[in-house]
Design a protein around this ligand. Structure first.
Ligand code: NZQ
Ligand code: ZN
Length: 387
């Protein structure tokens, strides 16, 4: 087991109706709130009105229209401007991972004198940030319980995932009923995203019985509950369990003490989203089985055997490469069964920019350090296989 130094400062307030605690929580941070949200789903589900009613005694500024794959310009820059001009005390992010990630970049950017992109691109490090509270409305990213954020800059085709310990939300409200309205395709994409977060931690050199069991249970829970959520969007128990399994996703708790994997599927997917603005979870579902096939070897096969037997119940009394192939096929089939498009061509991506994307990933993502190192040629092959 590897050494680790772990701290998560986020308070999770989970369950039906917990939003009633919002005024008391917010009053601990001050009176001036920047309310951030996306393209309107929170208005359609009545959450916007509820928040405004609960916070009627506060001064609320708003930043709306934060897009999926949130953009540096306008959203992050606009939010930083509002915070600086109005001396905002706390950011309340209401929405999915995109709203939350954008709010994290705003929170640190508002306390930084230079260009906020410096912080996102690791050219500088934050020393302070505005506190963040969130109400998460989509189970997927785990952004509500981690200090990561992913921001896109359209003009340079950059989509950068970065970690900043100042950006942990201090309080996250998780009410599964707010996810009842998440459409089937976003529920499926959220499931694929959260499953891949686990796989990125599972497929590594050094793990433990404890972590493997936790992750295998996480994967099974996500698959079973995502299907239930798709069949019956208002199944509270399924939405609740899916939400919690997603929340654990990216803050490292699934894999404390494991060796680093390099998160290769995320590195590849970030380029797909940066160049083509596709849904993150869909890109991951397409890449994951192709990446698995590509890295399967004598060195990695035992990991695939464990995954196949413990997650998909594959018969262990077979040749190990046969089990591994069946495990990869089962992964593909599961994503397909929840109606995720499984080819890049299905989401408008052809071969024309594969070389460019592979080069971008190889230069920017450091995959030569991954569990199975990947260089530009490897990335071209994985992307081509995904067409
Ligand atoms: O914009 P609105 O109108 O709010 O609609 C959103 C959006 O269109 C809609 N939605 C959200 N909650 C809803 C709802 N529709 C109906 N009912 C609700 N309750 O869903 C659409 C997608 O929202 P988005 O926030 O983009 O989805 P998600 O939560 O999957 O976030 C994806 C982003 O997070 C990043 C991804 O790269 C991507 O940019 N990630 C962040 C991570 C992190 N911070 O740890 C880790 C992940 O690996 C991921 O990379
Ligand atoms: Zn992800």
């Amino acid at each position: 087991m590897q050494n680790f130094d772990y701290q998560t400062p986020t308070r999770l307030i989970f369950g039906k109706g917990v939003i009633k605690e919002l005024p008391e929580v917010m009053s601990g941070f001050g009176k001036k709130i920047l309310l951030t949200y996306g393209g309107g789903s929170i208005k359609r589900i009545g959450l916007y009105d509820k928040v405004k009613e609960l916070l009627k005694d506060f001064t609320i500024y708003e930043l709306s229209d934060i897009q999926p794959n949130p953009k540096y310009d306008p959203s992050v820059l606009d939010g930083v401007k509002i915070c600086k001009e109005n001396d905002i005390d706390v950011i309340l992010a209401v929405g999915g991972g995109s709203v939350l990630d954008c709010s994290k970049a705003i929170a640190a950017g508002a306390k930084y004198d230079g260009d906020p992109w410096d912080l996102i691109s690791y050219q500088a490090f934050a020393t302070d940030s505005i506190p963040i509270v969130d109400i998460i409305t989509l189970a997927a990213t785990g952004s509500e319980y981690d200090c990561g954020g992913v921001i896109s800059r359209t003009e340079t085709n950059d989509k950068i995932g970065y970690m900043d310990p100042h950006n942990f939300p201090l309080v996250s409200f998780l009410d599964p009923t707010y996810t009842f309205t998440v459409p089937k395709n976003q529920t499926a994409a959220g499931c694929a995203d959260a499953m891949n977060h686990i796989m990125e931690q599972y497929f590594c050199g050094d793990s433990t019985l404890l972590n493997d069991g936790f992750m295998e249970a996480g994967l099974k829970s996500l698959m079973i509950n995502a299907v239930k959520c798709i069949e019956n969007p208002e199944d509270y128990t399924a939405r609740a369990e899916m939400m919690l399994a997603c929340t654990y996703g990216c803050n490292g708790i699934y894999s404390l003490g494991n060796s680093e994997s390099g998160w290769p599927c995320h590195a590849i997917e970030h380029a797909l989203s940066a160049y083509y603005d596709i849904t993150h979870g869909v890109g991951l579902a397409i890449i994951t089985p192709r990446w698995m096939k590509y890295i399967l070897s004598e060195r990695t096969v035992d990991r695939f055997v464990k995954y196949g037997v413990n997650v998909f119940g594959i018969n262990p009394n077979q040749d190990k490469f046969e089990i591994a192939d069946q495990a990869i096929e089962a992964t593909y089939k599961f994503f397909e069964s929840i109606d995720i498009p499984m080819h890049l061509k299905d989401v408008g991506i052809d071969e024309s920019r594969i070389g460019e994307m592979a080069h971008h990933i190889a230069v920017n993502e450091g995959l030569e350090e991954a569990y199975v190192p990947l260089y530009e040629d490897d990335l071209v092959k994985i992307l081509t296989e995904s067409l």
